[in-house]
Structure formats: structure tokens, C-alpha cells
Design a protein around this ligand. Structure first.
Ligand code: LLP
Length: 432
């Protein structure tokens, strides 16, 4: 279990997280259950902030990408860590504001923001709107005019960098639904357009090349191209763009195969590229923004399940069914993402089996993993799937009318519910 410092095994052989015995957590709160370690989340925030201080003179901000895991408590924690917040929908923005997160530290993303979302963001005084396309730019300028506001914007740019990750989460290349491309001249055109408008203030450019990326080179290349573009804008228009938002995408360790990036080596390398490129082009070093999501919360979360039926199909495989599945973690079904699993009540024992961990949905693809090494597992055992803090709760569904699990936050041997378990009443609450 090299994923996270918050996981230990206690004297009874039980897995613990944040000092809490997972067997006790399951008894108290039921399963399936998401558990998130607060200290781990806070440590990740600090490590990003420290690396900006160390390698970029503190001239930057880390905005947590709330799509990775969004609820009121995580927004409060991000606020108390002085983070910014990246939201992509009315719902994420509403959650942040409901938690008291300051609007000026929020940046609003999305490739297809509705009129309603743009006006909501304007009215609430969201700090930065990352504009995706010209249709959005023109509407935003009009709505800002109607509301008597000036709005700070950045443009989402496709830097033409191809990151090696799953196709569904690659976003830097020209064939992407996000943003405007550099190569085609589209990016320069939209910048020039923005400079003619009265109600938008062009603050920055933004790129996000993908997610769960392990190589540093694509990040370095993207940073270099973005600065070159900023310099070209200055050359062609005389206007200096002051902020560079390099998005998120830093990979985390899901299984032993993954060699997670250290954020400080990322910041160190990227800062060098930014500084060198700026020097070469005599361009002032921009204020830098980063938007990590997965790497803030991913490794600090686990999901606990109770094992139900076990089917051994001789010479084929053993299915171990749990009381959740693709409804609380659709990532194996969607991207064949691999996870590590542990029998939480036998965590001190060696992993002697290889199993297929299956969910309880009416769907053969409802699996949490195949060929997963695990301890000798029996019905009634508690299984922990590790590194589920990101893109699990936030991507959960009610398929088969399963209730979304509760989320429990642990810290220093104490636990508290931060998102209640859905109930049957919740399930029918919108039905007429
Ligand atoms: N900024 C922007 C504009 C993004 O689109 C994303 C993620 C992030 C930041 C945060 O990226 P991160 O640091 O978390 O990699 N559901 C997929 C991941 C989708 C990522 C979407 N955008 C998964 O479960 O792997």
C-alpha cells in the first residue's frame, strides 16, 4: 500500500485510515462507504503551494479542480488552505458559494456554459471566467454589459500537445471539444476579438492537456507554447496577457505500476521552462495558476464494501461481488482504470488470491477490477478499494436505483460524515 501515508494496519490486522479502524467505520456508518483523510488532502494542497513558493517565487495560485470531488466541506477545506477553486457548472458553483467560498477565488470553466450559468457567475462576482469559444465570448460581453459589470476572462487554448493518457481524458490536441487551437490561428483571432470588446478584461490564457499524466515533457512543452503565444499576442497587438493557467492533470499512484509525479519536480521543471522562455522572448513572467484535482484528493480516499456472493468459475476466474460497484466507481467500466484492493479485516495477511471484483448492478461490465491480488476473501469480509478520493463520488450515479454512499472524513483518529448516505426517500424525491 504505497499509495498513501494515511493507511496503516493495526494490531488486529485491520486497515486504518487517518487513525480510524476501517472495520469500526463500516460498523458505524455502513457500506458502501467513501472515506477521505483530511490531513492527506491538506498536505497535498500545501505541497502544491510550497512548490510555487520555492520554484516560482510564490507568484501563483493553486485552484482545486472541484470536479474531482465536490461537496460543501471540501470547499471549506480548500478555502481554509487559501486555495482557488475551479468549477465547471452551476452545480459546482452553487456548492462552493453555499459553503461560503469567496467568489473572487473561483474560476469558471466549461465548453458549453449556458446563458443562465454565465449570468449566475457574473452576478456572483466569480473571479475569472475561462472562455472556451467565440459564441461564449460574445454572450458574456453582452450579459456583462446588461448587468453593468466588467468581467475578467482567460481563454482555453489547445496547445497542440499530445499527452499519453486514456483517450477520453486527453484534451491538449487539436481534435478536442475544449477551447481554441493555436495552430489554426483560431486562438489569436479570438484574443484580438476580445481586445475590441468593452466589458471583458483579458487576463490570461489557459490550457489543460489531459488527466492522469505521468510524463513531465508534455507539461513543459505546453508551458513553452503558451508563453510563445503570449509573446506573439504582445507582438501583434501590443497587449500583455498577465496570467498563465496550466490546468491540472498530474497522475497519481493507483497500483504499484504507477510511478506518481512529485508536484515539486513538476513545478521545478515547468518554472524553468517558463522563466527561460520568458527570458528568450523578453516577456514578463506571468502569474501562474494550476488546477490539480485528482492529485489533491485521489490518494487520500478509499471505498469500503461488504463482500456478498463469491463465484469461483474453475479455470476461468473468481467473481467477488460487493455491495456497490459502477454506481459509486464507474472508472473501471469507463477507462479500465486499475485499483488496488485489500481485505480490510485481514490487511496483515498476504495477498494469495487474484479475483474479479464485481458490483451489484445488472450489467456484466459492472466491475471494479479484474485480476486483482487480494487476501483470502470470504463472504462478509470488508474490502477496501484504495485511491478512490477523486472522480468516484463525483461520478457516481443512481443506476438500478442504488443510493449514493455516504462520505466520511477522518482525521487524527476521529471521523465525521460530510455527505449523508442517500435514502430511499431521496431516490423518489423528484418523482411525481
Ligand atoms: N482543469 C481542467 C480544465 C480540467 O478539465 C480538469 C479535469 C482539471 C483541471 C483537473 O485535472 P486532474 O488534476 O484531476 O487530472 N473523469 C476522469 C478525469 C476527467 C478529468 C477532466 N478534467 C477520470 O476519472 O479519470
Amino acid at each position: 500500500m504505497k499509495q498513501s501515508d494515511c493507511l496503516k494496519v493495526n494490531g488486529q490486522g485491520h486497515l486504518t485510515i487517518g487513525g480510524c479502524d476501517t472495520v469500526e467505520l463500516a460498523k458505524e456508518y455502513g457500506t458502501p462507504l467513501y472515506v477521505l483523510d483530511e490531513s492527506g488532502v491538506r498536505a497535498a494542497c500545501r505541497s502544491y503551494r510550497d512548490s510555487i513558493d520555492r520554484f516560482y517565487g510564490g507568484r501563483g495560485r493553486v485552484c482545486y479542480a472541484s470536479k474531482a470531488f465536490c461537496c460543501k466541506e471540501i470547499c471549506r477545506i480548500m478555502d481554509s488552505e487559501q486555495m482557488g477553486l475551479d468549477v465547471v457548472s452551476e452545480g459546482e458553483l452553487y456548492t462552493a458559494l453555499a459553503a461560503g467560498f469567496p467568489a473572487e477565488r473561483i474560476c469558471f470553466h466549461g465548453n458549453n456554459k449556458t446563458d443562465h450559468e454565465l449570468c449566475y457567475a457574473l452576478r456572483e462576482g466569480v473571479g475569472l471566467i475561462i472562455v472556451d469559444n467565440e459564441y461564449e465570448l460574445m454572450r458574456l460581453d453582452r450579459f456583462a454589459d446588461e448587468l453593468g459589470k466588467k468581467v475578467s476572462i482567460a481563454f482555453r487554448i489547445k496547445p497542440g500537445v499530445d499527452a499519453h493518457t486514456h483517450d477520453f481524458v486527453r484534451t491538449g490536441q487539436i481534435d478536442s471539444k475544449f477551447g481554441v487551437a493555436l495552430e489554426t490561428g483560431e486562438a489569436m483571432e479570438i484574443v484580438k476579438k476580445a481586445l475590441t470588446l468593452q466589458n471583458v478584461v483579458l487576463k490570461g490564457v489557459h490550457c489543460h492537456i489531459g488527466s492522469q499524466i505521468f510524463e513531465l515533457e508534455p507539461f513543459e512543452l505546453a508551458a513553452q507554447r503558451m508563453i510563445e503565444f503570449m509573446a506573439q499576442v504582445r507582438e501583434e497587438t501590443g497587449y500583455t496577457i498577465e496570467e498563465l493557467d496550466l490546468g491540472g492533470g498530474f497522475g497519481i499512484c493507483y497500483t504499484e505500476k504507477d510511478a506518481a509525479l512529485r508536484y515539486d519536480s513538476y513545478m521545478e521543471k515547468v518554472s524553468v521552462v517558463v522563466k527561460e522562455t520568458c527570458e528568450r522572448l523578453s516577456f514578463p513572467q506571468p502569474f501562474m495558476m494550476l488546477e490539480p484535482g485528482r492529485s489533491i484528493v485521489g490518494s487520500s480516499g478509499i471505498t469500503l464494501y461488504t463482500v456478498g456472493s463469491i463465484k469461483e468459475i474453475p479455470n476461468i476466474r473468481t467473481y467477488v461481488a460487493v455491495d456497490g460497484g459502477m454506481t459509486d466507481n464507474p472508472r473501471y467500466a469507463l477507462y479500465q482504470s486499475e485499483y488496488e484492493a485489500v481485505v480490510a479485516n485481514k490487511a496483515d495477511q498476504p495477498k494469495t488470491m487474484k479475483v474479479t471484483l464485481a458490483g451489484k448492478c445488472c450489467e456484466s461490465g459492472d466491475l471494479l477490477g479484474e485480476n486483482m491480488p487480494i487476501q483470502q476473501v470470504e463472504s462478509g469480509d470488508l474490502v477496501a478499494v484504495l485511491s478512490t478520493g477523486a472522480y468516484n463520488y463525483s461520478m457516481a450515479s443512481n443506476y438500478n436505483r442504488l443510493c449514493r454512499p455516504a462520505v466520511v472524513m477522518v482525521k487524527d483518529h476521529a471521523s465525521r460524515v460530510i455527505v449523508k448516505r442517500e435514502t430511499m426517500e431521496d431516490l423518489v424525491s423528484n418523482d411525481l
